[in-house]
Design a protein around this ligand. Structure first.
Ligand code: NAP
Length: 277
């Protein structure tokens, strides 16, 4: 499954939508990024997201807080952006350091600006099947499945991993599309035998090549959300590809779609806040 190609097409549409907003309102969509400290991967992620914004005609505004910023400091910075009419979306990069109450910091994001889908409001809306912003990686996974016309209703979807930003929402979105969903996690007994039942398998564990072809039912659709050091996914691509009917590569699968969804949700947020939709 070609996430790079799909993301390119999606970003082209988002770029056109951003240009239209600028033309009609005189205001470009604007994403604010907030970084606490200088964790090298976080710095790289934020830089990459801002570059992608620039290429899509989305302005970005960066707020850099020192590594010793307190919860109150982060909440104050995010609250200011939530109240700033020139900012349409907010991306608060984590981790923020063990001394910061990350949940409190995320909750300072106004729901209408939560384009990364990290607030309890967004999570609840997704759970209820109501409109709202979804967590970007699960959102990207659903776009990939739809682009390849994967039938979900009545299928057994197995999600390995249950993090709040990835595994859990991915399973909820699949459930919303009438798949029968099983979650696996670090306490799951007989993991291989459950994984082998999957028609659709989503792997989000953070362990290189954790799932191999031997775990995969012939013909299954395999989504590898993992991204480990050395550009390696959570699925052993070579052996898994021999079993799967469709499979995402790493890199070039889920990763590019995550950013595409972030940009798309930022433009959608701007459109709504500027009264265009
Ligand atoms: P996370 O918060 O560390 O969660 C990992 C999940 O895997 C947890 O639910 C954990 O179970 C489960 N797990 C760990 N060991 C396991 C085992 N032996 N058997 C079964 N389950 C096990 O990670 P995450 O943030 O969800 O990220 C997962 C992967 O996706 C990472 O490789 C990350 O780099 C990647 N990722 C990619 C993108 C993207 O844009 N492509 C975005 C975000 C993350 P417990 O809950 O029981 O601990």
């Amino acid at each position: 499954m070609d996430g790079t190609g799909l993301a390119r097409r999606s970003v082209e549409e988002t770029t056109a939508a951003a240009a239209e907003i600028r033309l009609r309102t005189g205001t470009p969509p604007c994403l604010a990024t907030v970084l606490v400290g200088e964790d090298p991967s976080s710095v790289t992620y934020v830089k990459m997201k801002r570059n992608r914004c620039a290429r899509a005609g989305i302005e970005s505004r960066h707020v850099a807080l020192p590594a010793d910023a307190t919860t109150a400091d982060v909440v104050a910075a995010v609250t200011a952006l939530s109240n700033d009419p020139g900012v349409h979306g907010i991306l608060l990069q984590h981790p923020m350091g063990p001394h910061v109450d990350e949940r409190a910091a995320f909750e300072a994001i106004a729901p209408e600006k939560d384009v990364d889908g990290v607030t309890m409001h967004s999570f609840a809306a997704m759970g209820f099947g109501l409109p709202g912003f979804v967590s970007c990686t699960p959102g990207g996974i659903m776009r990939l499945l739809d682009a390849y016309e994967v039938v979900l209703a009545g299928k057994h979807a197995v999600v390995v991993g249950r993090s709040a930003i990835l595994g859990k929402p991915a399973g909820m979105l699949l459930l919303g599309r009438n798949a029968t969903v099983t979650y696996c996690h670090s306490h799951t007994a007989e993991l291989s035998s459950i994984v082998r039942q999957a028609d659709v398998l989503v792997v989000a564990v953070g362990r290189p090549r954790f799932i191999t072809g031997a775990d995969i039912r012939p013909g299954a659709v395999v989504i590898d959300a993992g991204y480990n050091e050395g550009n390696v996914g959570d699925v052993d691509f070579e052996t898994a590809a021999e079993q799967a009917s469709l499979i995402t590569p790493v890199p070039g699968g889920v990763g590019p779609m995550t950013i595409a969804v972030l940009l798309e949700q930022t433009v959608a947020a701007a459109s709504r806040q500027l009264g265009l939709s």
